[in-house]
Structures are given as C-alpha cells and as structure tokens.
Design a protein around this ligand. Sequence first.
Ligand code: APR
Length: 229
Amino acid sequence: MQRIVVLTGAGVSAESGLSTFRGGGGLWDNHRVEDVATPEAFARDPDLVQRFYNERRAKAREVQPNAAHTALAQLARADGVHLTLVTQNVDGLHEAAGSPRVIHMHGALDGALCAACDHRWPAPLVIDGSTPCPACGAKAARPDIVWFGEVPYHMDEIAEALGQADIFAAIGTSGRVYPAAGFVDYASAQGATCIEFNLDASEVAQSFDDHRIGPATQTVPAWIAEVTG
Ligand code: APR
C-alpha cells in the first residue's frame, strides 16, 4: 500500500476559472487578503467581508472541476493507494469531481458558522447580518472559513497522515502560508518523497525532491498515471 498525502492550493482551481489569492498583483479578486480574510476585518466591516464571501460562494457554484481535480478523485479509488487529500481551498471542486473525502483545513464556502455558539450548518447562498443561527438564534453568522490568525482545522489528522506518508505532493500552492507551507519539511523528515506541482518554483521549492512545472491540468493527470501504472 502506497500512502500518499496531497495538499492542494488555489492553483489547482485556477484553470476552472477561480482566481488565486496572490495573482493579479497580489490582490484576491481586487481585495487585499488582510481586508477580507482576518477576524479584524470582519469586526471592522462585516458587510464588506460577508459580501466578499457571498460573491466567492456564488462564483464557486458556477465553475466546474478540471482534469486535475478529476485525476485526484481517481487516485483516491486506485488499488494499492491510500490517499489523504488536504486542501487549503474553500471551493467544493474536489467534491464535485468525486473525491470521497476532502480535508478542508481552511474551511469551506458552503459552511456557515455561528460566532456566538460555534454551531455549523450548510451556508445559504447569501449570509448577512440578519442570518439567524438555527441552533441558538443569534444573528452572528459568518462563513466557516479559517481566517489569518485563526487555527486551521484537522491539524492532528493531517500530521498523522504526513507522518506515515510515502509520498507528499503539493499542488498549486505558493508556500507562503503556514502551517501548510511547512508540511513538506515535516513529511520529508519523516521519510516521504516530496513532489511539487506549480507553474514555477514556490517559496519552499528547495524542500521538495521533485518538481513538475506546468499547468496542474496536465502535470497532475500525468503523475497520477505514473503512480497508478
Ligand atoms: N497549475 C499549477 N499551479 C498553479 C496554476 C496552475 N494552473 N495557477 C497558479 N498556480 C500556482 C501559482 O504559481 C501559485 O504558486 O498556484 C499558487 C497559488 O498560490 P496562492 O494564490 O498563494 O494560493 P495558496 O497557496 O492556495 O494560498 C494559501 O493563503 O490567502 C490564504 O487562506 C488562503 O488558503 C489560502 C492560503
């Protein structure tokens, strides 16, 4: 059994038409990340932050998974492979492609979270200041997204999978946001072979054993064909 951990970032969804975080002159859909993706930004201007994520949620529902998402869904079902798929993305394109289990370490656009009681529920298309929590009734709904300064989800499970991995693959991530950017060093120290898939070298490229340069829709299916024989 080959144990494989894949970490995906915004680059895996770029060819589906979703913008990356640090494309477009360092702006995410015309906003600085710190103006829309921090607890401080939400406290300062909740309407702006809700509007921003409402737009992302609407856009994410319009797009389709691409060949990289589809190949990863096939890898999960391949004989002799145990795959742990971790994504930093908040879109649902891995699920739409048929991936059976996706660990969303930065949360997901299709989730809502009550800031008053921590209840989680499926997000309506639009969340705003009048959206009540179905559990406690508080009008304190926010997107169930991990913002800068908040603790990513499922870290224990991810660390365990990285510790047992034969192969660690990072796909379409800039290596600028920790803890995800540190996964390669952890997996490598535990004996995994580490492969990076990107359009060019990421911030942590030197930590990888192998680099597949090019669009994920080409490099990822080619690698998965190699792995599955
Ligand atoms: N194929 C492969 N790689 C690509 C492609 C593509 N078609 N298009 C872009 N990339 C690469 C870019 O070269 C870049 O290195 O994907 C990476 C995207 O980087 P970021 O925009 O920084 O996205 P990501 O690494 O996922 O961001 C991490 O930062 O803002 C936070 O929480 C947010 O989860 C996000 C985290």
